[in-house]
Design a binder for this molecule. Structure first.
Ligand code: 76R
Length: 248
C-alpha cells in the first residue's frame, strides 16, 4: 500500500488577486484618490510592522495581463488572521475600486521525502525559517497552482513512497541548479482550495523562471504526474511606489 509522506506545515498563506477598475478610479475626485492611496500605504505600513515583529510576512505584486492587476501574498501564523486581513482590506477605500479575480488558500509546506526516518528535522532553526519565511523582496514573482495526476496508470497517490522519493529527488536536483536565481515556496492546499499545491517562484530576472519551469517539465514527476492551473506573473509593488502606480 502506498502511504502518505509526513508534511511539515508553517504559516498559512493567502494569494489574493484583484482587478482594478481604472475607469471608476479615474472618475473619482483627486481628493478621494489621494485619501485612498494614503489609506492603502498606511495599511501596508501596518502589515510591515507585523513582519518586523516576525509574526508573518507579505508582498504585493503588479500582475501583468488580464487575469489581475494586483496580487497580495500574505503569510500569517493562523488562518483567522488571513480572514481578518482580507476583510480589513475589503473595507478600504481603494478596494471599492477593485474586484477579486482569483484567490488561493494554502499553508507553507515541506515534506519529509528528503529526510531520514526517525530524525526530527522539524525543530531545526533552518527548517523553521523555511516554514515561516520572511518573503524575499525580489523583483519578479510567478504563481501557479498544481495537482499530482490521478489517472489510469499515472496515479501519484498509488505509487510506493520509495518511488515517489526517488522522483522527488530528481526534481530537487533540477531545482537546485537554479540556486541563487530562484526562490521557491511550496504551499499545500489539500482541503483548503481547488488544487493540491501552490507554487510561488521569486526571481531577479524573468527568464530563469521560464527556464526552470520548462526544464522541470522533463522531470518524470512533472512530465507524468504534474497538472497545472493558471499562471500569474508580476513585478513587485513597494509601498513607496504605490502612489506612483495608482496616480492618474
Ligand atoms: O524542500 C526542498 O527544497 C527539498 C527538495 C524539494 C521538495 C521536497 C523541492 C525542491 N521541491 C519539493 C517538493 Mn519543488 N517545485 C515545484 C515546482 O512546474 C513544475 O514542474 C513543478 C512546480 C517548482 C517550479 C519547484 C521548484 N515541489 C515539491 C512539491 C511537493 C510534492 C509532494 O509532496 O508530493 C511540489 C508540488 C513541488 C513543485 N523545488 C525544489 C523547486 C526548486 C527550485 C527546488 C530546489 C530548491 C533548493 O534546493 O534550492
Amino acid at each position: 500500500m502506498a502511504e502518505a509522506v509526513e508534511t511539515m506545515d508553517g504559516w498559512y498563506c493567502l494569494h489574493d488577486f484583484r482587478v482594478m477598475d481604472w475607469t471608476s478610479w479615474k472618475l473619482a475626485s483627486e481628493e478621494n484618490r489621494q485619501a485612498a492611496i494614503e489609506e492603502f500605504q498606511n495599511w501596508m505600513s501596518d502589515m510591515e510592522q507585523v513582519e518586523e515583529a516576525n509574526n508573518g510576512s507579505q508582498l504585493v505584486y503588479k500582475i501583468i495581463g488580464h487575469k489581475a492587476d494586483i496580487m497580495f501574498m500574505i503569510l500569517r501564523p493562523t488562518m483567522d488572521e488571513l480572514q481578518e486581513i482580507e476583510t480589513a482590506f475589503d473595507k478600504t477605500k481603494i478596494a471599492s475600486f477593485m474586484t477579486k479575480s482569483f484567490s488561493y488558500l494554502s499553508v507553507v509546506e515541506l515534506s519529509k521525502y528528503m529526510s531520514k526516518p526517525g530524525v526530527d528535522i522539524e525543530h531545526k532553526p533552518e527548517v523553521q525559517a523555511r516554514l515561516k519565511p520572511i518573503l524575499p523582496r525580489w523583483d519578479y514573482m510567478c504563481f501557479y497552482p498544481m495537482d499530482k495526476r490521478r489517472m489510469n496508470d499515472d496515479n501519484w497517490y498509488s505509487l510506493e513512497k520509495d518511488a515517489r522519493s526517488k522522483l522527488m529527488y530528481e526534481h530537487s536536483k533540477t531545482g537546485r541548479k537554479y540556486a541563487g536565481q530562484i526562490k521557491q515556496i511550496i504551499t499545500g492546499s489539500f482541503g483548503f482550495d481547488d488544487w493540491e499545491w501552490g507554487v510561488t517562484l521569486f526571481a531577479h530576472d524573468p527568464l530563469p523562471i521560464k527556464k526552470l519551469v520548462y526544464e522541470m517539465r522533463f522531470d518524470e514527476v512533472s512530465a507524468r504526474y504534474g497538472e497545472f492551473g493558471d499562471f500569474y506573473f508580476g513585478n513587485i509593488l513597494e509601498k513607496d511606489a504605490a502612489a506612483n502606480y495608482f496616480h492618474i
